[in-house]
Design a protein. Structure first.
Length: 139
């Protein structure tokens, strides 16, 4: 059965995180919570690792269909889980082509640059990394 498409389907920005894009889809379509996007796409809601997706467990094809964004693009916006070493738990993710521990992801707080948000209101991919302590554009 083919899913219905969202009424508003903005294109993702090149440096947008998938978790942030789901929130932007939620707001653009005037849903009260991202849970509606998760339900329509058949994805599990995310906790502290909001941008970690597992190719073995997560199917982005329905999200691709309802958002009209190719699945390859959606996958490029996420941190793919590396389950080769730890098959039962996600302890490593792939970031910019490198395998890093999940400790490298920011779990304690949301990082953002208010100037970036003022210029274009979306959540950048690199803000998810705990090693990023200042905006590379605005310092």
């Amino acid at each position: 059965m083919k899913s219905r498409r969202l009424l508003r389907r903005p294109r993702p920005y090149p440096d947008e995180s998938l978790g942030g894009y789901i929130i932007r889809l939620t707001e653009t379509n005037y849903y009260s919570s991202p849970k509606w996007i998760f339900q329509m796409s058949g994805l599990r809601a995310r906790g502290i690792y909001g941008n970690v997706f597992n190719r073995e467990k997560d199917d982005l094809s329905r999200l691709s269909n309802i958002s009209d964004v190719e699945a390859d693009i959606l996958w490029s916006m996420a941190f793919p889980a590396n389950t080769l070493i730890y098959p039962k738990a996600v302890k490593q993710v792939k970031v910019f082509g490198n395998i890093v521990p999940t400790d490298a992801l920011n779990r304690q707080q949301i990082q953002l640059c208010p100037i970036c948000l003022q210029e274009k209101p979306y959540y950048r991919f690199f803000w998810e990394l705990s090693v990023v302590s200042a905006c590379p554009l605005h310092h």
